[in-house]
Each structure stands twice: as structure tokens, then as C-alpha cells.
Ligand binder design. Structure first.
Ligand code: GLN
Length: 483
């Protein structure tokens, strides 16, 4: 039963082959048995899951239907869940029980999804390896000595190991697409403003976006349907109708114009990944797509711009964790300054502290123009590059990451080496564009992802291309040994 996709689960539940309660029990037992190897969950919510599963079964018995009704999922542990710990992977919030549900959590619960637990993540979503979590590193089910990617590494590892069919993630600079690529999943970062950020603990507010992680594009369509939509509680949410994503899957790719940026294949890309990306291009050509070389000339400036803007926003967002209002508070403070200093010094891990310092520095008087303002100008140039490219092509295609999953600990002493892994993903966040990663093959037994980018609100087009590709390839069906 654990091999079923969301789409297959929906059919099985509709045909009464099994109940949501039965399925939920199977998956909870599987998590108990296998997750100690992976560490993909921070909290399990067995009681809630069984209650939600029974309620979903009752709704189906009353004639209700719906692709998510009774479907088991998990949430990255930065989506607030009422009465349940929402840690953000940090000691700072280890004792924090959210007083309300995030919009995404509430919408999925209303659609009948069953929450099995909260997944592990890099602390405050800062990282690309899931090694900065206060709850320990997550292991990649494809090779337990390697990282699963980050920051949504727990969601990725759990879904890849068939502990559950799908999970939510968030993507500020690649945290849905990169772990999806490194664990052989399909992951979608929607257009900025498509999915509500209300109740999603903020890292960099102008870049953060929640989205689905699953094995197939078909399942991402189902999960995104439950997540997307206007939310008056989020001032950056966009009031744009949500199309039927599942209905968009079956369009023909005949004549689809795919742009391949020449900058994507420069030094730094593992040549074995380049070869797999070229194979995926050939596959899409067979399906009728037309390939065109394009240029994104400002791409080289993306990493420095992102690593100014994201820390700047983080330093501001994380100022609320001060030991006073909620979260960790140090023992026996002698005065207010001591309380702030020690609560933050003891509550935040090293990567979070590094970013707060970088961000505060970049925003400080005298440096603001040189760093923050400059980075914002680069951001606009990067967006303009995409606008020019999308005048000529319908989709942009390239690798999701320059390398496959690295060994645990391999980049710990050199944060910049880890930052460079984000080179292909962060431009979509800087421009606010939707992007998807899907399985494209293996290097040394480790999965490789191909990334697709589309114009604003064209999530349906991304899902369509990925689904057609998946009907003609079987990379996404491969299961890691031992799971
Ligand atoms: N790796 C990037 C960072 O560390 C992206 C993280 C994310 O998307 N949350 O900032």
C-alpha cells in the first residue's frame, strides 16, 4: 500500500479497496519502523491522523469525494499547526505550539487530507542539506551517507522512502526543487503569491513560497490544488483564479518552445548531469517540443544578490524571536539586554546567527546602498532577463543542481560551497517565477533532477510538461533499496 501515489490512493478510496484509516495505520507503522534510519520527522501526529482518517472515511461514506479526501500527507515543520509543536527546525521554537493553523494547513485539512506529522528541515529553512536542523541531519534514502538536500529535506526523504505519498515544502531559494532533485521526487515552487504564506514561519518574505513535493507531477497537481488560492490574511497573496491543475496534465507538447540557457552548462556543472539533462531534452523533442538556445546574461550575479537579500530579510524577520514573546528563553537573565543576547545566542544555531549578522550588516546605514540596494537592482535585471526569454519560449529547461547529493558533513566547513549549489534554483525566487524539478536519471546511484521554469501563474504548463515526460520515462518510479 505504501507504494501508492496520491492519484492511486484517491481511486482506491473511491473504489472502497481500503479505507483511509487502514492506509494511515500502515503508513504510521512504516514510519515507526523505517524513520529511525532517516530522521525525516520532527513530530508525529498519530492521534490527529487517525481522527482525520476516520472523519474522511465518514465523509466518503456520506457520498463526498475529492482527490485529497483521506490522503495522508505531512507538513514541513514551519507551517503552523494549532496546538502542535511548530519548531522550524530550531531550538528557539522547540517549545512552541502554534495557536492557529497556517492557511495551507487549514485548506488541506478542509479538503480531507490526513496529517501524519511535521517533517524535519534546516533551521529556519536556511540550508541546502538539512544539516542545520536542531533535530539532527536527515539521511538520503538513496544512500544513507548522503544528504537529502534542504531545506525541505525531511519532506523529501520521507516521500522518497515511501513513508507517505506527498508532503508540503517551502522554497525560498530552491528548498522544494533541490531536495526533490536529490531524492528523485517531483517538486513545484509556485509563482510568488499563488500559495498563502499566512502561518508559514517567515525566512525571507519576498522569496518564500510553499508548494507540493510528491513522486509524480500528477500528484503535485493534486496537492497544489489543495494549497493554492487567494488569502486575504496574506497581503502578498494574489487574487487570481486557481485553474484545474489535474485537467492541465494532458495537453500535447507539439510545438512547445523550450529555451535552454547557455549559461546553465558552464563550468561547475557535473558533466554527467549535463548528459542526463541533454537526454531529457531529447525525450521532450520526441514529444514534439522545439528547442531553442537562450541566454540569461545576469545569472552569474544571482547567488551574491540572493545571499544579501535573503539574510537581510531574515535578520528583520527573526528579530521577533527575542526570548520575551514566545520560544526559547535563557535561564536567569540579569537584565533585558542579557535576556535578548543569551536567548538568541543559545536559541539560534550557527548558520542562522551567521545569516542574521550578514543581513544586519547589509542593511546597516552606510552599507545599505552598497549591498542591499545593489542586490535589489540585480534582482530586477534577473527578472528582466526572464521576461525577454519568455517572449521567445514557453518553458526554460536546465539542471536543478550542479551536483548530485553530497556526503553528510562534506560542505559543513565551507558555507559558500553549499551556497553555490543553489545556482540554478534561486533565480526563480528572485523573479517570483514558478519552477518544477523532476527526476531525470542517476549518477553513481544518486538521483538527478531537471528543472523547468515557466511564466507567472503557468504552474499548469509545468505540470503538463512534467506529466507528459513521466508518461514516457520511468525515472520517477524508481524506489530506493531498503525502502
Ligand atoms: N539553500 C538556500 C538557502 O539556504 C535556499 C533555502 C530555501 O529555499 N529555504 O537560503
Amino acid at each position: 500500500m505504501h507504494q501508492l501515489t496520491l492519484a492511486e490512493i484517491a481511486r482506491g478510496l473511491a473504489d472502497k479497496k481500503f479505507s483511509s484509516e487502514e492506509l494511515t495505520k500502515v503508513l504510521l507503522a512504516r514510519i515507526a519502523q523505517l524513520d529511525p534510519q532517516l530522521n525525516s520527522f520532527i513530530s508525529l501526529t498519530e492521534d490527529l491522523a487517525l481522527k482525520q482518517a476516520k472523519a474522511a472515511d465518514a465523509r466518503r461514506a456520506n457520498g463526498e469525494s475529492g482527490a485529497l479526501l483521506g490522503a495522508p500527507i505531512a507538513h514541513k515543520d514551519l507551517f503552523c499547526t494549532q496546538g502542535i509543536r511548530t519548531s522550524c527546525g530550531s531550538k528557539m521554537l522547540d517549545n512552541f505550539k502554534a495557536p492557529y493553523d497556517a492557511t495551507v494547513v487549514a485548506k488541506l485539512a478542509a479538503a480531507g487530507a490526513v496529517t501524519l506529522g511535521k517533517t524535519n528541515m534546516d533551521e529556519f529553512a536556511m540550508g541546502s542539506a538539512n544539516e542545520s536542523s536542531y533535530y539532527g541531519a536527515v539521511k538520503n534514502p538513496w544512500n544513507l551517507e548522503h544528504v537529502p538536500g534542504g531545506s525541505s529535506g525531511g519532506s523529501a526523504a520521507a516521500v522518497a522512502a515511501r513513508l507517505l505519498p506527498a508532503a508540503t515544502g517551502t522554497d525560498t531559494g530552491g528548498s522544494i526543487r533541490q531536495p526533490a532533485a536529490l531524492t528523485n521526487l517531483t517538486g513545484l515552487k509556485p509563482t510568488y503569491g499563488r500559495v498563502s504564506r499566512w502561518g508559514m514561519i517567515a525566512y525571507a518574505s519576498s522569496l518564500d513560497q510553499g508548494g507540493p513535493m510528491a513522486r509524480t507531477a500528477e500528484d503535485c497537481a493534486i496537492l497544489l490544488q489543495g494549497m493554492a488560492g487567494f488569502d486575504p490574511n496574506d497581503s502578498t497573496s494574489i487574487d487570481e483564479p486557481v485553474p484545474d491543475y489535474s485537467a492541465s496534465l494532458n495537453g500535447s507538447l507539439q510545438g512547445l518552445r523550450i529555451g535552454v540557457p547557455k549559461e546553465y552548462f558552464s563550468a561547475g556543472l557535473d558533466p554527467r548531469i549535463a548528459e542526463l539533462i541533454h537526454n531529457s531534452i531529447k525525450e521532450l523533442e520526441k514529444l514534439g517540443a522545439v528547442i531553442k538556445e537562450i541566454s540569461l546574461p545576469n545569472m552569474q550575479h544571482a547567488i551574491p544578490a540572493y545571499y544579501v537579500i535573503a539574510p537581510a530579510e531574515a535578520s528583520s524577520n527573526l528579530s521577533r524571536f527575542d526570548g520575551v514573546r514566545f520560544g526559547y528563553r535563557c535561564e536567569n537573565p540579569v537584565n533585558l539586554i542579557d535576556l535578548y543576547k543569551r536567548s538568541r545566542g543559545e536559541g539560534f544555531g550557527p548558520e542562522v546567527q551567521r545569516r542574521i549578522m550578514v543581513g544586519a550588516y547589509a542593511l546597516s546605514a552606510g552599507y545599505y546602498d552598497a549591498y542591499y540596494l545593489k542586490a535589489q537592482k540585480i534582482r530586477r535585471l534577473i527578472k528582466n532577463d526572464f521576461m525577454v526569454a519568455f517572449n521567445e519560449v514557453d518553458i526554460i529547461l536546465g539542471p536543478t543542481t550542479p551536483n548530485p547529493a553530497w556526503k553528510l558533513g562534506a560542505k559543513n566547513s565551507d558555507p559558500v560551497a553549499a551556497y553555490l549549489e543553489d545556482v540554478y534554483t534561486i533565480t526563480a525566487n528572485l523573479a517570483g517565477l514558478p519552477g518544477l524539478s523532476m527526476p531525470a536519471g542517476f549518477v553513481d546511484g544518486l538521483p538527478v533532477g531537471v528543472q523547468l521554469l515557466a511564466p507567472y501563474f503557468q504552474e499548469g504548463r509545468l505540470l503538463n510538461v512534467a506529466h507528459q515526460y513521466q508518461l514516457n520515462t520511468d525515472w520517477h518510479t524508481r524506489t530506493p533499496t531498503g525502502f
